[in-house]
Each structure stands twice: as C-alpha cells, then as structure tokens.
Design a protein around this ligand. Sequence first.
Ligand code: UD1
Length: 349
Amino acid sequence: MSIDATPSCILVTGGTGFIGSHTVVVLLEQGHEVVIVDDLSNSSEKVLDRIDQIVGEEAAERLTFVRADVADREALDAIFDEFDIDAVIHFAGYKAVGESVQKPIEYYSNNIGNTLVLVDAMRDHGCKSIIFSSSATVYGDPDELPLTESSPKKPATNPYGWTKWMIEEILGSLVVADPEWNVVLLRYFNPIGAHPSGLMGEDPKGIPNNLLPYVAQVAVGRRDAVHVFGNDYDTPDGTGVRDYIHVMDLAEGHAAALSWMMGRNGCEVFNLGTGNGTSVLQIIEAFSTACGHDLPYVIEPRRAGDVTANWADCTKAREQLGWKAKFNIADMCRDSWNWQSHNPNGYEA
Ligand code: UD1
C-alpha cells in the first residue's frame, strides 16, 4: 500500500459501479476515507465485500456505504453533516446510450437533476471540489485525431451524451459564478478490464451495450457470437476504432486528479485514455488470445450514432497530473477474462 496523497475524506457517488468501485479501492489504498452514496439501481451490494477483500480490514474501516439516491437531499445533508467531506467524485448516473433515446425524461431528470441536487448540497456545506465523470462522447465525430482537451465539443447524438455535455457546462458555470469552486472534468475514453484480483469487474444488467462485456460473455459461453457493428468504416480493417483504457488506469487517474486539485480553484478538463486506437476485430483477437479460444463473430450493419474512430492525446494529464496509462490491450483482456471466467454471472452467484 502506498500513501502518496494527503489523506482526505471523499464522497463517491455511484461508488459501487464499474469505474466507481475500482476508484474506491485505489482511494482506500492511498489512505483516504471514503463515503459511497449509491442506490444500487445498477450495481450489487456484493461489490462492498469485494472491496473489503481487496483492501483488507484496516483500510476497509475507512469506508462507509450509504444506500441512497443522489437526488435524496436529506440523505446528502446527513452525509455532509456527519463527515467532513473534502471533495466529491461524481460517478452516479444512467449510462445506456440506446435506453437514453427511449427514456429521455428519465435520463435528463436523473443525470442532470441529481447533479444539481448534489452541487446545491455541496455549496450549502462549503464543499466546492468536484471531479465529474465525463466522456469522450462530448467530442462527437472528430475532425482531427488525436483528440486534445481543446478539440471542439460537438452536438451529442443521444440524450445520454447530452447529459454529459450539459453537466460539463453546468459545473463550468459554477466556477464563473463563484471562483471558490474547484471542478475537474475527466473525459473517459473506453474503460474496460477489471481488477487484477478477479474480484471486481464490469457486470452490466441484461444484454451488454458495450463491446467488451459482450465479448467477455461470448468467451464464457453466455452468448453465441460477437456482433460486429460495421466493417465498412474508413479504418485499417473497416471496423470501428476506439481508445480502450484499463479501469485501474482510470481509477489511478482519479486519484491523481484528486491530489492535483487540492488547494486549487477553477475548472479543468482532462482526457483519460491511452493514446492508442484499437479496432473491434483487434479486440476480438486479443480477447481470443486471453481466453485461449477463437471467439465467433458476425458482421452486422453499422450501429446508429457510432463514430468511425477516436483516440486521445493524453499529454495534458501526463504533464499536469503526472498520470499515464500503464496497461495495454493484452493486459485489459487478461484481467477482463480473469474476472469473467471466475464470475461468469457477474456478482450474482
Ligand atoms: C459508448 C457510447 C458512449 C459512452 C460509452 C461508455 C455509443 C454510440 N457511445 O461508446 O457515449 O460514453 O459507450 O462506455 O454507444 N461494437 C460492436 N459490437 C458490440 C458493441 C460495440 O461492434 O456489440 C463496436 C462499436 O460499433 C464501436 C466499438 O465496438 O466501434 C465500441 O463500442 P462501445 O463499447 O459500445 O463503446 P462506444 O460506442 O465507443
């Protein structure tokens, strides 16, 4: 265990979710006190036992779990009254692109509404430091690659994307109104992988929308074949290219942003990616190597709203946060397979 940041008390919304849970592990290992607020609407309480197993008894004592919706103002007030929260990492939100098209009211109301309740509670309790889970989706279909933080934001193609887009603007407005606010917007590229222990990983409910959990479920025999959405893109093998990043690298990125932001004010944006693009077919091949057998796939038409390719320029995070992704695609597929093969049904027994 390394303590490389001044220990603080961090409120993590959505801390039992995929990225949240891995970040909580890193924060506890760095000596921080962590309060998770999560309503478990898209995650399992078993994550908490897994976090305890990974970090050990002493660190686990620094973790508190509050089962509540972030929109529950009374629950938030009770947390801020009881704990001296130094900063908030805000993961909680709905995240299924297709579902957001069907349920725009729910997505706008939940993602944006929750954020407004949260920052209002923060302001009332004098806590003005927040890290927000944004997404490369705010860049839309890029004119130029790699994407830097000054690449233009483009119109989103779905309500989920708009919520990320608008919450960035909302948090930016807080800083304009009150320079004491300290906002970090982290634009994630495509988070995959799992904790190397195999105890924690991604566990989507229902049919996975994202590529990696789908591939992992094919590997474990839960689904027949990977559906490749389009092989006629202008990319080397015709399939879509993304910047996949190991969830542990992403978790470390949050910890780095946290130590960097302490004592500062303003609003800063950072890309969190690896800087490398990988195609759908390359992912299937890498996962086949990780699991030891060829994975069947079928070519399907393009999926509406998908971009051809994107990958990040991560110079800013490296220079300012001192953070750089360490894991490659083989590592990501190995850890994802380790998780999936030991937990074929995710957190459910
Ligand atoms: C998606 C969201 C993005 C969100 C991110 C969260 C869309 C359009 N974008 O990113 O807003 O921030 O998830 O993780 O949904 N693919 C297949 N077969 C599959 C699934 C995906 O071929 O079964 C392909 C896609 O066409 C794409 C690549 O795999 O080329 C990655 O897709 P996915 O994992 O869904 O991520 P994004 O679409 O990049």
